[in-house]
Design a protein around this ligand. Sequence first.
Ligand code: SAM
Length: 214
Amino acid sequence: MDALQALQIACDAAYAYQTLEAKFSKVPGYLQPMEGFCLYWLGKNWPVHGANLEVGSFKGRSTSWFAAGCKAGNRGKVHAVDHFAGSPEHQIGKEFQDEDIVRLGSTLPAFKENLTRNELLNEVEIRVGKSMDAVRGWDKPIRMIFIDGDHSYEESKKDFDAWSEFVVPSGLVLFHDINVWPGVTKFFQELTAPNDVWRQVGQILSIAIVQRMQ
Ligand SMILES: C[S@@+](CC[C@H](N)C(=O)[O-])C[C@H]1O[C@@H](n2cnc3c(N)ncnc32)[C@H](O)[C@@H]1O
């Protein structure tokens, strides 16, 4: 690739970032814009076939980035798995008490509203329920998973162990909050100890990316 082709790609990316950041930052959530762009870019460009899956959608910030990327790359819908009852930290009196959880016990209405406003609701298959229940009925090969559900060691491990068996060779699993939340970080460190199946291939802010090697 020469410098002018690289410039064109960089400018297209910068334009997409600027446009989408202005829209998606209005969705309440915990993802940094550059982390969202990582979901967008890989959702659009990762050259592997299969389904797209997110565990932990909350009010739709990460879902919006991921779904916009999959739409731009003709990669199919994003399956958004969440019971929408909030994580332990969103409950009443906890560190990140959430107003929708307090008022309604659910972030699903806000999720739908935000995806509708961003014209992405048709790009998402909403799967309301616990991650471990949703995986029981699942049978599709997966190209890319974003894990951002319960951040404890035990639940992150369960999410990964259950869903990753569907990831095709060269497919990706992305974790949020690595080096931020201790539980998921500990699991990630174990996962990326030298092994033949999963290899860390990137990190954008707190999103760490592993690829299935075989
Ligand atoms: C940190 S929030 C996700 C933030 C979101 N990705 C964003 O961009 O703002 C975690 C979400 O995981 C969901 N969650 C937690 N434990 C879950 C479980 N066992 N099964 C399904 N969803 C779960 C919660 O309801 C919450 O919406």
